[in-house]
Design a protein around this ligand. Structure first.
Ligand SMILES: NC(=O)c1ccc[n+]([C@@H]2O[C@H](COP(=O)([O-])OP(=O)(O)OC[C@H]3O[C@@H](n4cnc5c(N)ncnc54)[C@H](O)[C@@H]3O)[C@@H](O)[C@H]2O)c1
Ligand SMILES: O=C(O)[C@H](O)COP(=O)(O)O
Length: 528
């Protein structure tokens, strides 16, 4: 099968070599598409690779009927409508590590250019002026750098600024006193940082909570003469408020790599001599571009060839050692859901999943997603996948609960899935048998043992002599071969279950023939 990959922003040619070397990948590079052209073209593609320029909107995603993955060669995914991607079952991956160093170095270059007015002095010299008085700067040594957002880039900036003998005070919702002590920096609230800093640099993502984090009120809290750096995202600073803070002399200077609107030809902040700027160049180094492109290409190849991706954004990522433990159960979990949904025709309200034995102390969220995927597939088709399974269940008002118990009732591992509807509760349990793969070992309260694969026939009947014989001859009349057979009952002469696996899909008339047997209550066929 050939996969079509569209690259709609400029990516490093060296970085996309893994894609070029992979089999069955048809790569189209077109970085000049208008949004309208892209919306038409996107239907042909299985994967879309972007940087920050392509706007992957809900509307675009709604046209992307074949799209399976969006790869962001970089960190920020604010140009991608993640909710829409999740709803459409499209996985979004990014490359969170490849450009950290470049962005941190660019931030330091901006701080130093700002403190010594290098761009302004250079411009003046280019205009044939030798002006030494106008471009007197300030030292960084012993000044306080306030860092808002101490993630990958913020932390790298902190280490580098310490090398400039600056004092650092940072705020990040995940920064603890111990971590700050270990790094040799101070920590406080956002307000603390704003009040003490001589330079403020931002390294958060653009989120609802960080939009206009630096606004009119924030500028009021700052020291007079503070200098501001933003190499994270436009929109975290309210540009209008910054403009007034600079013209009122509250802020002595600003270095901006990112803007509320990008790209732009006109931004009034650039008319101010106190402002220096670059056109979103934080990640623009040969090294970073190669690394981020390599990382997303590997994830695109992994997804399209059925492997696990490393940097999912709209799915929690699972560390390698945990994944190794639970991956063998993925198939069992999905089959349990797929089988169970056939046991009821009523609307499911609640799903309880019980993990026990070896699964007691591992992260089981990916297994839950697979189980729910299996449950929903019958009615929603292949549109359901790991990415949107929980979202689609939640949208239908289905409650999902995970439970864990250490003991697995005679098995080394056991997954029991129970669904509740308005009037009934049905369940199925399965285990992974060492060397033998997945087995279903219980259907409601009946003990069984079969591999969840192929054509399974579940027959509820009265426990009475001759039923099995009638069944066998009816199937042989229709030329249906029985591969395996199991019987269990609640009590002698009471309700019983017969589980068959047969060698072909059973047609409607064949099913009707089985149902016509007097002692049979119902027959159900599941093709797993
Ligand atoms: N200019 C560029 O070219 C360029 C290059 C790379 C990254 N970036 C941007 O830099 C930013 C940071 O990237 P990163 O790789 O360090 O990400 P990261 O996820 O490692 O770090 C972000 C940090 O921000 C913190 N945070 C979230 N909300 C916050 C809030 N309200 N206040 C304070 N901290 C908050 C998070 O806890 C996290 O530690 C992103 O916006 C990214 O898009 C820009
Ligand atoms: O979030 C990022 O990774 C940076 O902003 C880089 O964006 P770019 O890939 O458009 O340079």
């Amino acid at each position: 099968m050939m996969f079509n990959i569209l690259i709609s922003d400029p990516l490093s040619e060296e970085g996309i070599q893994p894609l070029r070397n992979a089999e069955n990948m048809n790569i189209v590079i077109d970085t000049e598409l208008t949004p309208e052209e892209l919306a038409v073209k996107i239907t042909d593609f299985d994967a879309l690779l972007v940087r920050s320029q392509t706007q992957v909107t809900r509307e675009l995603i709604s046209k992307a009927s074949n799209l399976k993955i969006i790869g962001r060669a970089g960190v920020g995914v604010d140009n991608i409508d993640l909710d829409a991607a999740t709803e459409h079952g499209i996985i979004v991956v990014n490359a969170p590590n490849g450009n950290t160093n470049s962005a941190a170095e660019h931030t330091m270059a901006m701080i130093m250019s700002l403190s010594r007015k290098i761009p302004q002095a250079f411009n003046s010299l280019k205009n044939k002026r030798w002006d030494r008085k106008k471009y007197v700067g300030v030292e960084l040594k012993n000044k306080t750098l306030g860092i808002i957002g101490l993630g990958r880039i913020g932390a790298e900036v902190a280490y580098r600024a310490k090398g400039q003998r600056m004092n650092i005070t940072a705020y990040d919702p995940f920064l603890t006193e111990e971590k700050a002590d270990k790094m040799g920096i101070g920590y406080g609230t956002v307000e603390d940082v704003l009040q003490v800093a001589d330079f403020i640099t931002i390294h958060t993502p653009l989120l609802k909570e960080t939009r206009h984090l630096l606004n009119e009120d924030a500028f009021k809290l700052m020291k007079d003469g503070v200098q501001i750096v933003n190499c994270a995202r436009g929109g975290i600073i309210d540009e209008e408020a910054l403009y007034h803070a600079i013209t009122s002399k509250k802020v002595a200077g600003a270095a901006l790599d990112v803007f509320e609107e990008e790209p732009f030809m006109d931004n009034k902040l650039l008319e101010l001599p106190e402002v220096i700027a670059t056109p979103h160049l934080g990640a623009s180094t040969i090294e970073a571009q190669e690394m981020v492109a390599i990382d997303v290409c590997h994830d695109v190849i992994s997804l399209l060839t059925g492997e696990t991706v490393k940097n999912p954004v709209n799915l929690p990522s699972v560390p390698g050692e945990i994944l190794n433990k639970i991956e063998p159960y993925f198939n069992l979990a999905e089959k349990l859901g797929d089988f169970l949904i056939h046991l009821t025709d009523e609307v499911i309200e609640e799903v309880n999943i019980y993990y026990s034995g070896d699964l007691y102390d591992v992260e089981v969220a990916p297994l839950t997603r697979n189980t729910v995927k299996g449950l929903l597939k019958r009615h929603l088709g292949n549109h359901v996948n790991d990415v949107n399974a929980l979202f689609l269940a939640e949208k239908r008002g289905i409650t999902i609960q995970e439970n864990k118990t250490p003991k697995a009732r005679g098995f080394t591992n056991l997954i029991k899935v129970e669904v509740k509807t308005k009037s009934e509760s049905r369940s199925v349990s399965g285990t992974l048998l060492n060397g033998l793969g997945p087995r279903i070992v219980k259907v409601d309260h009946y003990s069984v043992d079969f591999t969840p694969k192929g054509h399974v026939v579940v027959i509820h009947h009265k426990d009475q002599p001759g039923v099995i014989g009638k069944m066998g001859s009816l199937l042989s009349q229709h030329n249906i071969n029985i591969a395996t057979m199991q019987v269990d009952r609640s009590d002698v002469g009471g309700d019983a279950i017969m589980m068959l696996t047969v060698d072909k899909h059973m047609e409607k008339d064949e099913l009707e023939a089985l149902k016509s047997v007097e002692e049979i209550y119902d027959v159900m066929v599941v093709d797993l």
